[in-house]
Ligand binder design. Structure first.
Ligand code: SAM
Ligand code: SF4
Length: 334
């Protein structure tokens, strides 16, 4: 069965945020000035339980979802996450993956793999320890993330994708070091344009390093050629090194928005359904879940939300876009 929105887009991917908390304070995502001691994170009772997540995931799978990505906040700080992985891995025909900052991956990679996780994406913005520590803003050393990436590959969570958000004047000069390091390793680097998600990161267009420039700078040293997309709705545009040393991707969400074939829904840690990363509000699924709704009632509710979906924020983005109330990425799940 395939549910389609007003623009004919099917529902194929679901990103589930398992916590709004994080042990990093990346400057572009959870700036310390906002996410300090005073910040009120969700209480434990507000979070969906693993059983509630599994139940919803099964209903989403019935509506056509084929890929689930666990995210956050930092998903690996949710206690016993491997138990949830095991529960979701039991749902047939689902590709199960996870996005992490890598800080706890060295310890957890093999248990996650054994529980049924298929792949991981690790975020890593710089190989330069000083730059990396400043960007995560909790002084976390880069070598521990690199160890996490190797542990993930060794555990069979491969190919490991490595996400890099480039911020003009902050880590852009480290772009080629990352390419040199990861070329030929089997891990796939993906450069992401810094986005105006949420309203706390003080985003400015002149801090975005456009994908075209990224490709030009990398291609000048390592000639590239395009690779056709693997499936419709793939967010990264792929390129391979002409010398055969693997591939990279660019995610040009600002300069080349891909709303037209966006098949993603997001579930926040407290059970709200969002149909766009740039949404202002979500649809509560926790209340009906906790007040005894049947699977069929939940299915109808989700289908009704998707059927009226019109979102194409990135295509319509303009200087006049209201910014104050957009939901934060650490809450909705990146
Ligand atoms: C919100 S994080 C959640 C998962 C995990 N904590 C991590 O960092 O991988 C998911 C992804 O969103 C990216 N991200 C966060 N804020 C962003 C922004 N303003 N623009 C582009 N990407 C962003 C992060 O770099 C990360 O790759
Ligand atoms: S990008 Fe990930 S690691 Fe960084 S603050 Fe956001 S949620 Fe945490």
């Amino acid at each position: 069965m395939s549910t389609r929105d007003t623009l004919g887009r099917p529902l194929r991917d679901l990103r589930i945020s398992v916590t709004d908390r994080c042990n990093f304070r990346c400057v572009y995502c959870m700036p310390k000035e906002v996410y300090g001691r005073e910040f009120r994170f969700l209480e434990r009772t507000e979070l969906l339980t693993f059983e509630e997540i599994q139940r919803l995931a099964g209903i989403f799978a019935g509506l056509g979802v084929r890929k689930i990505r666990l995210t956050g906040g930092e998903p690996l700080i949710r206690r016993d996450l491997e138990r949830l992985v095991g529960m979701l891995a039991a749902i047939p025909n689902l590709d199960l993956t996870l996005t992490t900052n890598g800080s706890l991956l060295a310890q957890k990679a093999s248990t996650l793999r054994e529980a049924g996780l298929e792949r991981v994406t690790v975020s890593l913005d710089s190989l330069d320890d000083e730059v990396f520590r400043a960007m995560n803003d909790v002084d976390f050393p880069v070598e521990r993330v690199l160890a996490g990436i190797e542990a993930a590959a060794a555990a069979g969570l491969s190919p490991v994708k490595v996400n890099v958000v480039l911020k003009r004047g902050v880590n852009e000069d480290g772009m080629l070091d990352l390419v040199r390091y990861f070329r030929g390793s089997g891990h796939v680097l993906r450069f992401i344009e810094y986005m105006d998600v949420g309203s706390t990161n003080g985003w400015r267009l002149d801090e975005v390093v456009p994908a075209a420039e990224i490709l030009e700078r990398i291609g000048a040293e390592f000639p590239l050629e395009p690779v056709p997309p693997e499936y419709p709705g793939e967010v990264a545009t792929r390129y391979r090194f002409r010398d055969g040393a693997g591939e990279i991707g660019v995610i040009a969400s600002v300069t080349r928005p891909f709303c037209g074939d966006c098949t993603r829904a997001r579930l926040s840690a407290d059970g709200r359904l969002y149909t766009c990363l740039f949404a202002v509000s979500g649809h509560d699924l926790r209340a009906p879940l906790r007040s005894g709704a049947s699977d069929e009632e939940l299915r109808q509710r989700i289908e009704a939300v998707w059927a009226v979906r019109t979102d194409r924020y990135s295509e319509l983005r303009s200087a006049a876009t209201p910014r104050a109330s957009k939901v934060e990425m650490s809450y909705i799940g990146g």
